[in-house]
Each structure stands twice: as C-alpha cells, then as structure tokens.
Write a protein that binds this ligand. Sequence first.
Ligand SMILES: [Zn+2]
Length: 342
Amino acid sequence: MFQLCRDTPIHANPRRRFHFDLARRSAHDISVWQKICFRWFLLILVGLAAAASILPASAQQEATKLKVVATFSILGDFARNVGGDRVDVTTLVRPNGDVHVYTPTTADAEAIRNAGLVIVNGLGLEGWLPRLVESSGGHATTVVATHGIVPRKVAAGEILSRDLGAGSLDPHAWQSVADAEIYVVNIRDAMVAADRANAATYKANTSAYLAKLETLDRDVRKALALIPVERRRVISTHNAFGYFAAAYDVTFVAPQGVSTETEPSARDIATIITQIKKEKIPAVFLENISDPRLMRQIASETGAAIGGTLYSDNLTAKDGEASSYIEMVRHNVRTIASALME
Ligand SMILES: [Zn+2]
C-alpha cells in the first residue's frame, strides 16, 4: 500500500502529472500525499475488519474446521460422529464403492494435500493409498484406525480366492462392534492431537457415540441369540464377515477371499455349492459392493434362498438403507435373522 502511494503518480490532472517529478516534489507536497495515503490505508483496514465481523459465524467456523480425509464411508461416519460440527470430512471411496480395488482421482490427491488428518483402516485394506499420499505432496498426520485391534488371520479352512492365503490378515475389523469402538477411540485421539482447541468436544462426542455402539452390540447379540446355533450359517460373496463371525458366533462362508481383487475360481464355486447342499445352508446373501450374479448362480444351483443384501465394506448414500455404520449393522443383523429364522 505505502509502496503504491510512494511510486504511483498521484495527480489526477494529466497536465499536472506531466510536470510532476518525484525529485522536484516539495516537502509540503510529499507530506500532504503521505497523509492522504495513510488515511486511505486506515479506511481500508477498518473496512476489512468490519467485513470480517459481519461474516456469518457459520462461514468463519467453516474456515477453521479440521479437514479430515477418510478412505471409505465407514471411517467417514466414525469421523463425523467424533468430530461433529468441528470437522469437515471427505470420504474417498464413494458410497457402495469397493475399497479393495479403488482407483484414486485427482480430486482425492487434492483432498489429501489439504487435509489436517487422514484416517485409514490399515491391515492391508487400502493398497492404493501410499502412492496417492506420496503423489499428493501432503503432510497430514495419518491415523491407522485399527491400531490396537487384534488382527484376525485367515484360517486354513476358509474358502478363499488365491490372492490371499491362510495366515494373511483380514482387514474387515469394523464388522465387530467392539472393534469399531477401538476405531472410534483411535480417531478421537488423533483429532484431539490435531486440534487441541476442540479436544473437549471430540471427547464428549466420542462418549455419546460409544454409548450408542454399546447398545448396538447388545442388540446384535440379543437378535442373533434367537437363531438356533445350527442355523447360524451364512454364505456371503466375499470373506468380509470374519470379525462378525468371531464376535457373534455365526459361521460365514464366502466364495471370494478377504479381498475382492481376484475372482473366485470355478473350483472355489464348486466347493461352496457342494458345501451348501451338504450342510443344507438355508440362505445366501448378496453384497452391496459386489456383482450379484455370482450369488444368484450359486442360489439357483443349490436351491438356497437369496436372503437379501448385506453391507460389508461400504455404506449407502444418505437416502439408502445403510447410510451410517449403526444402520448398516442393524440392517445386516435384521436381514440375517429374518432369513435364518424361517
Ligand atoms: Zn472386503
């Protein structure tokens, strides 16, 4: 501003400007014009301050929110529950998308670059993420939401696609509500560390959400307890319910492994068809992230009913039947219970 006033010809009258020469300015001229410039500067400062004060409070709050990127919608939902109105959450894999085989976009790199906190599942789920983070040039803290969870290892007896064999880690820990509580605590701690000014809010939001998850866990146990143990056998498309199975004493069998990267082989499908017939498994389930044709084929070859759609790795959009983690678990349990009770 002062630079502009000092160097810019100051007379509106072109004739006078023609004769004007800085070297020949009288001391009086300089002092007058400096005063005028200084007053303008003050006026602009006052104007800016007034403009800032009349911005709606919501717009000011928006600008200072912690920017959080979650790799997929279940983590995004946890982040919104912990962060509330103090965070701005972006989810990379869109609703109903497949986090195992995701191809990041340039908008994703931009979101990571601008983030204050990145939340990932870990346990080998987001194989595409390290390259994205590196190419984005961002420096946000990354929190691994499964930190502290005892990882489930794929057992030798599980039917799997060839990409991941026995002993490999199963990333789908969110399917156990008790493990989801660990995710939420990890996210809370990361938000508190990234944004200490709002620590009290993050802690209070987390306590309220954990209480809801505990109620959910009790409700799941109550609903499944009504199903005779010998009928608690479920065929799902990919092996995403291992943690659910371990937590709630339900057996899941899947033609596809813990990742969706590899299609099941003809032998995998033949094995599962034999198993369904032999064990008289009553129902098979579709999945929101997978092509339904495989399960329809298995159902028609075995006579098993299609029990409905289970939500495994991602939520639906807002108007869908599983737009939050809690809705997802409730929907899955309702669907399993109603198919297996018949
Ligand atoms: Zn999965």
